[in-house]
Design a protein around this ligand. Structure first.
Ligand code: ACO
Length: 334
């Protein structure tokens, strides 16, 4: 992964934000026929935060981004690029520009990137390309989703899984090393129908013979067992590939930081890689699956708790709809 410019990537700040209102499994059992026992034992999830009708992606993403900038000691005016990884934009034309405006990041170019729960890892790799080529020095990468907007709240197989949230990191150009040590990102559209949030058109005839489709997005539909099988097979593979690119072995990994989909997936992946439980970061009990936000949310929590320290090697992996998956091996800190 050497870069011709001699410019590397450093990870210098993190931040996160969730909506104010939490819904625990007990309360959710008033919405669908389920129980705390079923949800906790099958997924590890105990509660999730939900954005209210007035809540916006823009608000939680901006809050997470500002605290990441504060930790990095970077002012909004110094940011060159903002990437917002999300599948639930407030505006289909993009939410990143609104965040740019709210932060006062006047010189930054901003765009949304959609790759479902892999979005944060895909965004990290995208950001690194701009830094390594010398194009940009200060990048704000945000992962944020409000999946509660698109969950079928009458489907107990899916609605118990998801929560809303935002997380962010600051990635900066570095002349003294490259701390994105290795990565691998993948897609397999042949399995797209395993997990969808698809637009469904209603035909509307404008004039005789000319019809447009005007509909809306259908709620999240998931084949849970297929997604589970995909994750426990592909995630260890892609982490091993990224470690190989980083010339590292699993024993050099300080923290395994997976997309927080299901505790059983985390346990199975850790076991396949031979990584002990104490190195596995897990916070889904409190947040559920927050899609593109889950990795930076868990990262930020562990950094602020003092668990992740400067120099620690983190193996992060996102996986989800697309299907998409990927891994990034990076070292935390300035
Ligand atoms: N409460 C009570 N019972 C339930 C619930 C619930 N919330 N949901 C399902 N059940 C029942 C089912 O109806 C079924 O009953 P039946 O046997 O009488 O038909 C039984 O529990 C078992 O259902 P399964 O679907 O087989 O349960 P499984 O053990 O596979 O667990 C789960 C389901 C948790 C969804 C699991 O498949 C999973 O975690 N898959 C991965 C999902 C995932 O991570 N998706 C996100 C990817 S990230 C992204 O991009 C969004």
């Amino acid at each position: 992964m050497s870069q011709q410019s001699g410019i590397g990537v450093a990870f210098t700040g993190s931040g996160s934000a969730v909506p104010d209102v939490a819904l625990d499994n007990q309360a959710l059992s008033q919405v669908v026929e389920t129980s705390d026992e079923w949800i906790a034992s099958r997924t590890g999830i105990r509660q999730r935060y939900l954005s209210g009708a007035d809540g916006s992606l823009r608000a939680i993403a901006t809050q997470a981004a500002q605290s990441a900038l504060d930790m990095a000691g970077v002012s909004a005016a110094e940011v060159d690029l903002i990437i917002l990884a999300t599948s639930t934009s407030d505006d289909l034309f993009g939410t990143a520009s609104q965040i740019q405006s709210d932060l006062g990041a006047v010189k930054a170019v901003a765009f949304d990137l959609t790759a479902a729960c892999s979005g944060f890892v895909f965004g990290m790799v995208t950001a690194a390309q701009f830094i390594r080529t010398g194009t940009y020095r200060n990048v704000l990468l945000i992962g944020a989703d409000i999946l509660s907007r698109w969950v079928d709240w009458s489907d107990r197989r899916t609605c118990v899984l998801f929560g809303d949230g935002a997380g962010a990191v600051v990635m900066q150009a570095c002349g003294e090393g490259d701390f994105l040590l290795g990565f691998e990102i993948r897609s397999d559209g042949s399995q797209n129908d395993c997990l969808t949030l698809a637009y469904q058109a209603e035909p509307r005839e404008l004039v005789n013979g000319v019809t447009v489709g005007q509909g809306t997005y259908q709620p999240i539909a998931m084949n849970g067992q297929e997604v589970y099988r995909f994750a426990v097979k592909r995630v260890p593979e892609v982490i091993e590939k990224a470690l190989h690119r980083a010339s590292l072995t699993t024993d050099k990994v300080d923290w395994l930081l997976l997309h927080q989909a299901n505790q059983r997936i985390l346990d199975a992946v850790a076991q396949r890689l031979g990584i002990p439980n104490e190195k596995v970061i897990s916070n889904m009990a409190n947040y559920g699956n927050t899609s593109a936000a889950s990795i930076p949310l868990a990262l930020d929590e562990a950094v602020r708790q003092g668990r992740i320290k400067d120099g620690d090697v983190i193996a992060a992996s996102g996986f989800g709809a697309g299907l998409t998956w990927g891994a990034a091996i990076f070292q935390w800190g300035k």
